[in-house]
Design a protein around this ligand. Structure first.
Ligand SMILES: [Ca+2]
Ligand SMILES: [Ca+2]
Ligand SMILES: [Ca+2]
Ligand SMILES: [Ca+2]
Length: 255
């Protein structure tokens, strides 16, 4: 006949109920996963130094954005290797309309353009003043089959904005949305270039156009592997110790 000491039995029940090795390994390693996340974040932060890239067309005011023209501004040799774009801004300093008539500045982000730097196309052949036609000629296809049109058929085109201005100068700022940043990234990846399409449908005085991107380094996995290995080693040692302690407790109880 086996006599079971009720006090020792309850102690053992308590022991197995609280030993995490009877639960999943993931639960046991939970503290180490938290530590791993902290270390990875620390490693990424140590590497993180924000880089700002700024671009300006030449001339910087694009000839004060003549209403009889549509413009492309292509930016070449942009590389994002090892970086991701965290923000991007198109800004125009001290922009104003030349008169008080209805007006619009059509703004597009393009994968590329036919010509390097600034190129123009006459989108109002009549030369009318004031301009009555406010058609966005990056959307309308009325000139797209012209041999001198600024963008090849099939080029990625993302509409950005349609601001209007008064005769009082303002500093205009357009911050790209997260979705637009993804598009910008894909446009850059395709040929290391992007372009802006601007169709001023009135004449906009300004003191300069600028495009700015802030870039953050992307931590390379190879740099994090030693840290992940260390976490795994510490976690597995801890796991083995807990198992050994529980086994010893069981042996003592069986004795
Ligand atoms: Ca125009
Ligand atoms: Ca491109
Ligand atoms: Ca137009
Ligand atoms: Ca100017």
């Amino acid at each position: 006949m086996v006599f079971i000491n009720p006090t020792r039995y309850m102690k053992y029940r308590s022991l197995i109920a609280n030993k995490p090795f009877f639960t999943s390994s993931a639960r046991l390693l939970r503290p180490f996963l938290g530590a791993a996340a902290s270390l990875v974040f620390a490693a990424a932060s140590a590497q993180a130094s924000v880089t700002t890239l700024s671009f300006q067309p030449n001339p910087a005011d694009m000839g004060d954005l003549d209403h009889h023209l549509a413009y492309t501004w292509r930016i070449d040799n942009v590389s994002l290797t090892g970086f991701s774009i965290t923000s991007a801004t198109l800004s125009i300093t001290n922009i104003s309309n030349w008169d008080t008539n209805p007006n619009v500045l059509h703004l597009h982000l393009l994968d590329t353009a036919v010509n390097a730097g600034i190129a123009t196309f006459v989108d109002d052949p009549t030369g009318s003043v004031p301009l009555a036609d406010l058609t966005d000629d990056f959307v309308s296809t009325r000139y797209h089959s012209d041999p001198n049109w600024l963008v090849k058929s099939g080029t990625g085109d993302t509409f950005l904005a349609n601001p209007s201005f008064t005769t009082t100068g303002v500093n205009y700022t357009l911050n790209l949305t997260p979705t637009q940043l993804q598009t910008l990234t894909s446009y850059i990846a395709n040929g290391n270039d992007i372009a802006f399409g601007l169709d001023p449908d009135c004449h906009f005085y300004n003191d300069g156009i600028k495009f700015t991107m802030t870039l953050t380094p992307v931590p390379e996995m190879s740099a994090l592997l030693p840290i992940v290995g260390l976490i795994a080693a510490v976690g597995s040692t801890h796991l083995l110790r807990r198992r050994r302690a529980a086994q010893l407790a069981l042996v003592r109880w069986e004795d």
